[in-house]
Every structure is written in C-alpha cells, then in structure tokens.
Design a protein. Structure first.
Length: 332
C-alpha cells in the first residue's frame, strides 16, 4: 500500500461511520511574502489524487480532539504544531461531494500558524500558495484577472431567477460577497464567496469533481481540493483575515527578528491587499507592536534595515492590538 493510499484509508475510516468525527488541519505559514498552506495528497491510483488538508479520524487513543489532530499532522507531515485554535465544525451532508461516497461525517477543523519547514511524513506533503485554490482573493497587484469571468457568470446566474424575490436575494448576495450591484468588497467574506460560487455551480466541487481541473478552470476558479477541503481553507482564510485586525497572531508566522518591510509583506499576503507603507508603519508604532533590536540587515539585496521583534507586553497594554488598515486599491 502506498503512503497516499494509507492516508486515504485512514480518512475513509472516519467516513465509514455516519457518526464518526474527523479532524482537519489548516496549517498556515507565510514565506517570502506569500501565504502558504500545508497540503497532502488524498486518493489512490484508481480515482486519482487531489490536494487536500492533513486529516484523520478521532480514535480511542486520542484523549482530546486537539491532541488527536496534532498526532495526525505529525504522522502525515512531520510538522509539529504550536499555535492552534478550533476553527469550525462541518457536518453538511451535501458538501462532501462524490469522493466521500455520500456519507455524512462530522469534521472538526483547526487553524494552526507555523513557520515553514520542509514537510515529510506519510502523505506526500507540500506547501502551496493558498491563492492557488482561491485566486479571486488576491488583490495585492490590483483586481484579479479571474474576477471578470466570474462576475459575468454570477450576474448571468442572477438573471436566470424567474421569481422576483429569488432574483433580489441573489442580487443582495452578489453585493454582499463580490461587491457587485452597488456593494463593497470585504476581504473577510472568503467563505461566503466560495459558498456562492458553489451554489451557482461555477466550481468543480459543485458537480462532485474534486479532482484535477482544466488549466482554464484553474486560472479562473482555482485548483479544486479533495472532499470539502477547499471550503475549510476558505473558512480559515476568512477567520485569519478578521483575526489579524484585533489580535497579533501574525507574529506567530514571523521569525524572532524581522524588518518592518517583511512584516508589511506578510500582512498584505494574508489579507490579499496592498497597504500604504507609511500608514502601516504609523499604526505599528502607535500600537506598540514591535521594538527595535541592535541588529540590522546586511544590505546585500538592498539598503540596510533595522531588525525588530514582537513586543509581547502589548498583550497586557491593549485589549485588541492588531492591524486595522485600509487597503490601497489599484485601478482595475
């Protein structure tokens, strides 16, 4: 049995019992200014393999959900987890897709923040840029190319509603999620946007196709994931984007010392937005989030810069220290 098949066997063990509890980990790192998610290969040779998230069933030897999750992650990826929080409990029968055999499974998802290390383990683990799966969420270089086609299809889907009330509900949802019809884009509504694309039938998972998509499909609606793992990832991204505004969790992703430029690139990567340099540095100073060290960068790739570190005293000084900045929107 291959390592990928062994991982799939363990995951399917949770699905073989309708009352089984599955554990799913969204493990996030930020490397060189890019948001990365730790993925594993799910599936055997017969059905093909898909990118998925580290996961496994809760079994009797796991004393708690979190300890069970940590055990599965270390087994599948050799990644030891630090910061972990429970994300959401997924129990929707129609979200599993054909790959799950139509069985109902309760999945408890966790969000973990780490610094990237080379993965290993039993499941062919890889770090992937999370915009590989949700390309419409990345506004750092301006309006994503994929949005033009997506929005045109969503507006067409809205127009297909013959009932006026249904059409109005769809119009309201387009405004709330994608900023269409007079609405405003909110970077935190990642899950709502994914759910709308699912409902409108614009992503492969809506047809139970969680395997490989065509190249054109990947550029527009992203790479599908196994089971409902892309939905889980969307939930985690939305949670993290909201959380960085009032908690200093971003520092879980930073090395012990770093530059303000590196910090800004990390916040931009997570939020999918482009931030104003001076406004960003002003907020960091006002919030007292960092303190200077005596070290500076070598300047081998640019001007030398002062290294700073997270100032942990801020947790006692402020009730909600975080990054509340307006994005700099580039012209479409």
């Amino acid at each position: 049995m291959t390592t990928a098949e062994e991982t799939q066997r363990h995951q399917e063990g949770a699905l073989s019992n309708p009352s089984a509890v599955g554990l799913v980990a969204v493990i996030i790192a930020a490397t060189d200014g890019e948001p990365r998610a730790l993925t594993v290969q799910v599936g055997g040779q017969a059905k093909g393999r898909s990118d998925g998230l580290p996961a496994g069933p809760l079994v009797p030897e796991h004393p708690t959900l979190e300890r069970g999750l940590r055990a599965w992650v270390e087994r599948q990826t050799h990644q030891r987890l630090g910061y972990v929080e429970q994300l959401y409990t997924f129990g929707d029968r129609d979200r599993q897709g054909d790959d799950a055999g139509g069985l109902h499974s309760l999945s408890v998802a966790y969000l973990a923040l780490v610094r990237e290390v080379r993965p290993g383990g039993l499941a062919e683990a890889s770090w992937r840029n999370w915009y590989r799966y949700l390309p419409w969420e990345d506004w750092r270089e301006g309006r994503p190319e994929s949005l033009g086609e997506i929005e045109a299809k969503l507006l067409s889907w809205m127009e297909t509603a013959t009932d006026p009330k249904l059409r109005r509900r769809r119009e309201d949802r387009l405004a709330l999620t994608f900023g269409l019809c007079g609405g405003t884009w909110n970077e935190e509504r990642v899950l709502e946007r994914y759910e709308l694309l699912f409902e409108a039938g614009l992503i492969p998972e809506a047809q139970g196709q969680s395997g490989e998509a065509q190249d054109g499909d990947r550029r527009t609606t992203g790479q599908p994931m196994a089971l409902d793992h892309r939905r889980v990832l969307a939930t985690a991204i939305g949670r993290l984007r909201g959380k960085i505004k009032y908690r200093p969790v971003v520092f879980e992703l930073m090395p012990p010392t770093f530059t303000l430029f590196q910090l800004q690139r990390t916040v931009e990567a997570l939020s999918g937005t482009n931030l104003h340099k001076q406004n960003f540095r002003r907020l960091v100073a006002q919030q007292g989030l960092v303190e200077e060290t005596d070290a500076i960068t070598s300047g081998a790739t640019g001007r030398p810069a002062r290294l700073v570190r997270f100032r942990r005293e801020v947790l006692l000084e402020r009730p909600a220290p975080g990054f509340r900045l307006r994005a700099v929107r580039r012209p479409a």
